[in-house]
Design a protein around this ligand. Structure first.
Ligand code: GSH
Length: 202
């Protein structure tokens, strides 16, 4: 059994978008939880099993999975015919996992360093920086139209997500801007965003 712990309009919205793209919403129990928000509203929810009280979290038969990249890859592996990833354990699957790990381990950290105005030789040596990350995106999208080539995948959903939230952080590069716009215009995402508005209002 799969139970997804979610809070609307948050990082876990990307996972809901994937679930919608995959057409597997009927196979997952959605549990809404509260989180502390940056504006001071909300609070940690005792019903949320995430060890830090964050979202997203996915319970699969009693085993908890956290981190978007891992949750999304896990769902893709569980439902390999949904077409949102290469087939598990093919060479392309390895490359796909690379994008999911790179997002968590490099792109989001360098964007946060930028946002916080942080720069330090250790950060640079470990993560490089946002311009370097953008070069990597550009290289993939030159082959494009999606990160994995011809086929839209969960990697596009995860990696474009910070640019969808913070449009002013999107690189001034038409190749990347067009890709972000294509990801943002997908019907599954628009449907999920409309549902999120309803959840927020409730
Ligand atoms: N590295 C985690 C980050 C999760 C995360 O920071 N989630 C935010 C929502 S945008 C949260 O739950 N914040 C509540 C809190 O900080 O207590 C992931 O990618 O899944």
């Amino acid at each position: 059994m799969l139970t997804f712990f979610h809070s609307p309009n948050s990082r876990s919205t990307a996972v809901l978008t994937l679930i919608e793209e995959m057409g597997i919403a009927d196979q997952i129990t959605l549990k809404l939880v509260t989180i502390p928000r940056l504006d001071g509203s909300g609070a940690r929810d005792p019903a949320n099993p995430h060890p830090e009280g964050k979202v997203p979290a996915l319970d699969h038969d009693g085993r908890l999975i956290t981190e978007r990249g891992a949750i999304m890859a896990h769902l893709c592996g569980l439902f390999p015919d949904s077409g949102l990833s290469p087939k598990p354990f093919t060479p392309d699957w390895g490359a796909f996992l690379g994008w999911m790990a790179w997002y968590q381990g490099v792109l989001e950290p360098v964007m946060i360093h930028d946002f916080a105005g942080l720069s330090h030789p250790v950060l640079q040596a470990t993560f490089r920086d946002h311009p370097t990350a953008v070069q990597r995106l550009r290289k993939a999208l030159e082959r494009g139209p999606w990160l994995m080539g011809e086929t839209f995948s969960a990697a596009d959903i995860l990696v474009h997500s910070p640019y969808a939230w913070f449009g002013d952080r999107t690189p001034d590069d038409p190749l990347i801007q067009d890709w972000v716009a294509r990801c943002m215009a997908r019907p599954a995402r628009l449907k999920v965003l409309a549902e999120e508005e309803t959840r927020m209002a409730a």
